[in-house]
Design a protein around this ligand. Structure first.
Ligand code: PMP
Length: 465
């Protein structure tokens, strides 16, 4: 037996940072500027906390990257991975083969999904899931003899991943600017962001107006050319933008009217985050396809996929022939075993109900109470995700000049005070683990208020107000 080599954990922070800058190109990072500063080295985690290499304990209100739904250190997930690693660490699903964990997971996913979802296509990540969506919806219309239906409509400031198709579906202009995106056949409409685009009307009226932009785009492109519409139930990376309640039902009506496939990107909203298993259930839409990743394994191991509803599955299975698409890790047995353990844990702990009936409403109440803070222009919340907007003049809703990077100032205070809160421009956002208790939300909110006060003190000192 060959012993596993010990992983060197004993280096100093400085040594880790030097090796990091020398070799590791981080995602979505200005490499040069990070190298000057050095990364923060995260060394361990437990429950809702992480620790850095200097021993600082930090409340992780972003669940890693929107994914650690069950919190850190869950033994049943660790055991599932260990057992499966020993039993069968890998086998593929290409050559008319399958492994027990991947089959069990497919079955379990069908159980927790809304009615009409009996099939799943596995990928390694959310981006690959959305690449799969593009190929699958186009294949669907090809099989039905309507190959001209190839245009997919998505939204500005939506996020669907970083691969060629994922970044094209996404509406981040700074991503499109690199690598010649979007790829052909993907067009964007404006986002349902009431505070920025609709404050002159009620939220309900604005929701219908924003959904109407989809209809206008369908008519502009030509309904016979439109394959699908894709959106996140709640925009996550775009800044936790919760659409008005009227938005998704109207989107559903429009998709139905024109026979267009509706795709819900559930990569963040899936697996309990919004108080239902999937965000589309919270928002009242009935998608044909759902992309998932992140919360399916609580991020303990990479896994993603697409839940394929009956409308599409029937055509692919009964008329489709070969679907020439898939990944080495489609249905990876260790990832699947961890996902099964994770879903069973969510069920055992009744986390979906915990979010819907207990901590979700409590977090909403707490965020609403931030409206009295001088810097807070607006708040948004849905289940265990929430955001607030920092503004210069709350009566008028005047934003800070973007060059002040007030969000980054606030984020700096969060880091410095043991809280992970993310800044998207001047929107401060959180998506904490679903296992949080009310007492832990109190602890979180005390930190949020403290960091807002420190930011306010900076703003006063610097004359930004
Ligand atoms: N879709 C959404 C809604 C996401 O938030 C993300 C990642 N943040 C992705 C897709 C891409 O997932 P991944 O990073 O696993 O490729």
């Amino acid at each position: 037996v060959i012993q596993a080599p010990a992983v060197a954990t004993q280096r100093s922070t400085r040594e880790w940072q030097q090796a990091d800058s020398k070799h590791f190109l981080h995602p979505f990072t200005d490499f040069g500027s990070l190298n000057k500063k050095g990364s923060r080295i995260i060394t361990k985690a437990e429950g809702i906390y992480i620790w850095d290499s200097e021993g600082h304990k930090i409340l992780d209100a972003m669940s890693g990257l929107w994914c650690v739904n069950v919190g850190y250190g869950q033994q049943s997930l660790i055991d599932a991975a260990t057992r499966q690693m020993k039993e069968l660490p890998f086998y593929n699903a290409f050559f008319q083969t399958a492994t027990p964990p991947s089959i069990e997971l497919a079955e379990l996913l069908a159980q927790v999904s809304p009615p009409g979802f009996e099939h799943v296509f596995f990928t390694g990540s959310g981006s690959e899931g959305n690449d799969t969506i593009v190929r699958m919806v186009r294949r669907y219309w090809d099989i039905l003899g309507q190959p001209e239906r190839h245009v997919i409509i998505s939204r500005k400031n939506g996020y669907h991943g970083s691969t060629m198709a994922g970044a094209s579906l996404g509406g981040m202009s700074y991503m499109h600017a690199q690598g010649g995106l979007p790829i052909p056949g993907i067009v964007h409409i404006d986002q349902p962001y009431w505070y920025e685009n609709g404050r002159d009307m009620s939220r309900a009226d604005f929701g219908k107006v924003a959904a109407g932009w989809l209809e206008a785009k369908i008519l502009e492109v030509g309904p016979e050319k439109v394959a699908a519409f894709i959106g996140e139930p709640v925009q996550g990376a775009g800044g936790v933008i919760v659409p008005p309640e009227t938005y998704w039902p109207e989107i559903q009506r429009i998709c139905d009217q024109y026979g267009i496939l509706l795709v819900s990107d559930e990569v963040i909203c899936g697996f309990g985050r919004t108080g239902h298993w999937f965000g589309s259930q919270t928002m009242g839409s009935k998608p044909d396809l759902m992309t998932f990743a992140k919360g399916v394994t609580s991020g303990y191991i990479p896994l993603g996929g697409v839940m394929v509803g009956d409308r599409v599955a029937k055509v692919l299975i009964e008329q489709g022939g070969d679907f020439n698409h898939g990944f080495t890790y489609s249905g990876h047995p260790v990832a699947a075993a961890v996902a099964v353990a994770n879903i069973k844990l969510i069920q055992q702990l009744r986390l979906v109900e915990h979010v819907r009936d207990n901590v979700g409403p409590y977090l909403a109440e707490q965020f609403e109470s931030l409206r009295d803070h001088p810097l807070v222009g607006d708040v948004d919340h849905c289940g265990m995700m929430a955001g607030l907007l920092l503004v210069k003049d709350k009566a008028k809703g005047t934003p800070f000049p973007s060059e002040l990077e007030v969000g980054m100032v606030c984020r700096g205070h969060c880091f410095g005070n043991g809280l992970i809160m993310r800044a998207v421009g001047d929107r401060m956002i959180i998506a904490p683990p679903l296992v949080m208790s009310r007492a832990q939300i109190d602890e979180l909110m005390a930190l949020v208020r403290k960091c807002l006060d420190l930011t306010l003190a900076d703003a006063n000192r610097q004359g930004w107000l």
